[in-house]
Design a protein around this ligand. Structure first.
Ligand code: HEC
Ligand code: HEC
Length: 385
């Protein structure tokens, strides 16, 4: 390693140090520290982390998602093809991994030298889904139809109805405030299929309690994959993750909270400091967009169809190399004790896509508080032959 590289690496490490402190503060804000749970850092869990040190495991994995999304490369394109069999193999270096490390140093230097260290340039800025960024402008793009991505909302034109009015319509469409207030808990059963189950349909169970507790258990072929948000802290206990009990941090924790709140929509309005209104189209249908923001957090976008129902939610998580989106599309609203609930939703994020289909919902059942406690670490994966 030459001295220049060494220096810039040192700088990155320094910056990661600051980052670590920032994360520490954030965690304290979330009261996670108060419970004495510091999430393990990437370099403690993985074997060969040279640059992405000082960030929790869930954020490290989001960073890998950003790499894949920005370059359209699969995990095994950068890592060795036997990596899918065991997490250890991801530690082996390849020429493309080395290039990606250099790219991280380059991006950090670009932001430091030109954008006061603010993460303005990301992997996506240049790559835009191409493994090799295009150096020549495309006339097809210049003269083609502009593509509007409904997930990228940054214009809030005047003439939109106030946010309160959009919420009011949503509450009415769901069955009215009174019925919503009467639904305080439910359990649900159905099927789940996704990248993590190799698209196989498996059983899923959901436990939810107002205002914001939610546990999802996917009975995957490799064992139960458990996600819990207890109202403040969140975890994933799943044998397909790099650690058997992964605490959620940053944008992942905020995201888990939103997923829990939207099951009891009365709380959505209070969950954000500021609301802005816009409109766009999803699959040629007009939708109204509410964007909620809180200080020092990425925004969350809520999309409502003409009848007033929530059809999409887009949230973001910050990573060491930029912001990554998660999109949830809701459909098949059915009535459960007078309240409309989505029975079908698709979750799309940079590491995969999954579909959940409910078959039955039991409203207002007693749920044992332990259901929302920190889950036990997942046992090693069941063999799947
Ligand atoms: C563009 C290349 C690239 C892609 C695509 C990529 N990775 Fe990585 N991965 C890296 C680099 C570079 C590192 C080392 C980071 C460092 O040194 O700080 C790494 C490290 C890892 C590690 C830590 C291994 C260890 O023990 O040290 C894991 C686990 C991992 N990646 C998983 C994944 C998964 C899962 C995906 C697909 C979602 C993925 N990666 C996609 C470049 C990539
Ligand atoms: C300032 C623009 C820019 C940014 C930002 C950028 N890259 Fe690159 N990247 C390039 C260019 C240019 C190439 C070389 C393409 C070529 O060889 O034709 C490249 C090549 C690569 C390659 C090698 C592809 C191959 O097949 O050889 C990988 C992997 C890569 N980048 C990953 C990343 C990652 C990960 C990030 C974010 C940490 C990133 N890049 C950010 C411009 C950029």
């Amino acid at each position: 390693m030459d001295i220049l590289e060494k220096q810039s690496r040192k700088k990155v490490e320094d910056r990661m140090g600051i980052f670590k402190i920032a994360i520490g503060l954030l965690l304290m804000a979330g009261d996670v520290m108060a419970q004495g749970q510091t999430p393990p850092m990437a370099e403690q869990v993985f074997k060969n982390v040279q640059i992405l040190k000082g960030i929790p495991v869930d954020e490290f994995m989001n960073t890998m998602g950003m790499f894949s999304a920005a370059t359209s490369m699969n995990c095994t394109d950068c890592h060795t093809s036997d990596s899918t069999s065991t997490w250890d193999k991801f530690a082996n270096d390849t020429p493309l991994k080395q290039t990606a490390r250099k790219m991280m140093l380059m991006v950090n230097a670009l932001n430091k030298d030109n954008f006061r260290g603010v993460r303005t340039v990301t992997c996506y800025t240049c790559h835009r889904g191409d493994r090799r960024p295009q150096p020549v402008p495309s006339l097809a793009v210049q003269y083609g139809e502009p593509v509007e991505d409904p997930n990228m909302i940054d214009v809030f034109p005047p003439g939109q109805p106030p946010a309160d009015q959009v919420f009011e319509k949503y509450v009415q469409a769901l069955g009215g405030a009174q019925r919503l207030a009467a639904l305080t808990a439910f359990t649900a059963k159905g099927t789940y299929d996704g990248y993590d189950t190799d698209q196989a349909k498996v059983a899923v169970e959901i436990f939810a309690k107002a205002p914001a507790q939610r546990t999802t258990i996917v009975h995957a072929p490799f064992g139960d994959s458990v996600r819990v948000f207890d109202g403040r802290a969140g975890w994933i206990a799943s044998a397909d993750k790099p650690s058997p009990l992964m605490p959620l941090t940053g944008g992942n924790l905020d995201g888990a909270k939103i997923d829990a709140i939207i099951a009891f929509p009365a709380g959505i309005k209070q969950a954000f400091n500021q609301w802005r209104v816009s409109s766009t189209t999803i699959k040629d249908k007009d939708v109204r967009v509410l964007q909620g923001t809180n200080p020092r957090q990425p925004p969350v976008n809520f999309y409502f169809d003409e009848s007033g129902l929530l059809v999409r939610l887009v949230r973001f998580a910050d990573t060491a190399v930029g912001r990554v989106p998660t999109q949830i599309d809701f459909a098949d609203y059915r009535e459960v004790s007078g309240v409309k609930m989505p029975f079908l939703w698709t979750t799309t994020w940079t590491d995969g896509q999954s579909t959940t289909r409910l078959s039955e919902v039991q409203p207002n059942v007693q749920i044992d508080a332990a259901r929302f406690g920190r889950p036990a670490p997942a046992p090693p994966p069941k063999s799947q032959d």
